[in-house]
Design a protein around this ligand. Structure first.
Ligand code: GLA
Length: 391
């Protein structure tokens, strides 16, 4: 067991003991990165995410009544509610757990009340999907605790529904899938239409994955996310008039895209153009990966950033600055903004020997322009959601 896991489990044990006694089990669910394939999940294209070595941890135990008692150890906050009167909490974090309970109850699962404490080392608001990690940890823990017999895929779908319906973000399936199905040293090539997936080894020899966290989250993030979905749907609706077989942007060819130009407003066209290009780019990037050609792979990451910034318009000054700054450095194979956008992190593939200089130079440059501190994380690819045995 790594030091990080031991520390998190120790926190859970202490806090759980002081509040509720002895937990029945501990579950860990990681945050995620995505190498390429952004905003393609809800357009039923492909994504290439991986789970990371930073996770959310939950300690959980049954109660004999129908109450739910929750504690967020890192925030030093507690919340309780009866299962008979569950509604969205004004505090933010309980909703990620309550949304899961809500979906489980709706699906007919037999639950009683429970106590839970959460902690973790996934940086919050950095675009590493700490919320999906909380949801996956919760559903996995409840599935074990109440012997519900759900498969991993059923739990992923349930967690996505919880986020869509209880929390209110119309996110795709990528974050939950990556957290649940992650595998050490491998990226997941996921087809978001069929949900078929396979693991591709990601050879990190001589290369490190460096995340640079702008520490900003512009207020547009969730409202614009839902707007992007609508714009993509508008493009699909237009094309369906001539091509009834088109169910999503996944089905749109470059020829169809050319027909769309001038027929829909420019924004809708640009959104669709980015997605159709990004789906193709990801497929080409996977071939690069199979040949261990990280140079060509990295170039595609820069192209993705350009598209996200100019066509999809989900970047921001801070992210554009970091991607441009990385591009000037020959030791960086590829860099781009990652996740939903409007803040959070860039993901950078950096030659191992150059990592300290790259981080130091980025911090200085960022501070100079934005008068703000940059955070950096060097991440490894880890396993997905699991029970932590402490015996
Ligand atoms: C967020 C969403 C995901 C995905 C990404 C963009 O992380 O939760 O479903 O759409 O943005 O690729």
């Amino acid at each position: 067991m790594s030091v990080e896991i031991k520390n998190c489990i120790a926190i859970l044990q202490t806090v759980y003991q002081s509040k509720y006694g002895t937990p029945d089990l501990f579950v860990k669910s990681p945050g995620r990165i995505n190498l390429i394939g952004e905003h393609t999940d809800y357009n039923l294209g492909f994504v290439l995410p991986a789970a990371i070595d930073k996770a959310i941890y939950i300690a959980i135990g049954k109660r004999s009544d129908r109450e739910i008692h929750l504690t967020a150890a890192d925030l030093n906050e507690s919340f309780s509610v009866s299962m008979n009167e569950m509604e969205k909490s004004k505090m933010d974090w309980p909703n990620y757990l309550l949304g899961i309970v809500d979906q489980l109850v709706k699906s007919g699962a037999k639950l009683s009340g429970f106590n839970a404490v959460i902690t973790g080392d996934v940086p919050l608001g950095a675009g590493l999907s700490s919320s999906a990690a909380v949801e996956c940890a919760t559903v996995f823990a409840l599935n074990e605790l109440f012997v519900l017999g759900l498969s991993k895929l059923e739990m992923v779908k349930l967690a996505q529904k919880a986020e869509n319906h209880f929390v209110g973000l119309q996110c795709g399936i990528m974050d939950m899938f990556a957290s649940m199905f992650g595998k050490a040293d491998a990226v997941i090539q996921l087809d978001c239409r069929s949900l078929e997936y396979h693991y591709s080894p990601f050879n990190q020899e001589g290369i490190r994955i460096v995340l640079l966290d702008t520490c900003v989250k512009h207020s547009l993030a969730s409202s614009e996310y839902n707007v992007r979905r609508k714009e993509c749907e508008a493009g699909v609706a237009f094309l369906q008039k001539s091509y009834p077989e088109v169910a999503s942007l996944r089905d749109v060819s470059f020829e169809m895209l050319r027909e769309l130009e001038g027929q829909v407003n420019e924004k809708v066209f640009n959104r669709c153009k980015f997605i159709v290009e990004e789906i193709k780019r990801l497929q080409d990037a996977c071939l690069n990966l199979a040949q261990n050609d990280l140079i060509s792979f990295g170039k595609k990451m820069y192209e993705t950033h350009e598209g996200l910034s100019k066509l999809y318009e989900v970047s921001c000054h801070e992210l554009d600055f970091l991607a441009d700054h990385a591009k000037l450095n020959e030791q960086v194979l590829g860099a781009r903004m990652m996740g939903g956008g409007f803040g959070g992190c860039t993901i950078n593939l950096v030659k191992e020997s150059a990592v300290p200089d790259f981080i130091a130079q980025s911090e200085i440059a960022f501070q100079k322009v934005f008068n703000n501190n940059l955070k950096s994380y060097i991440v490894s690819i880890g396993d997905g959601t699991s029970v932590i045995s402490i015996a």
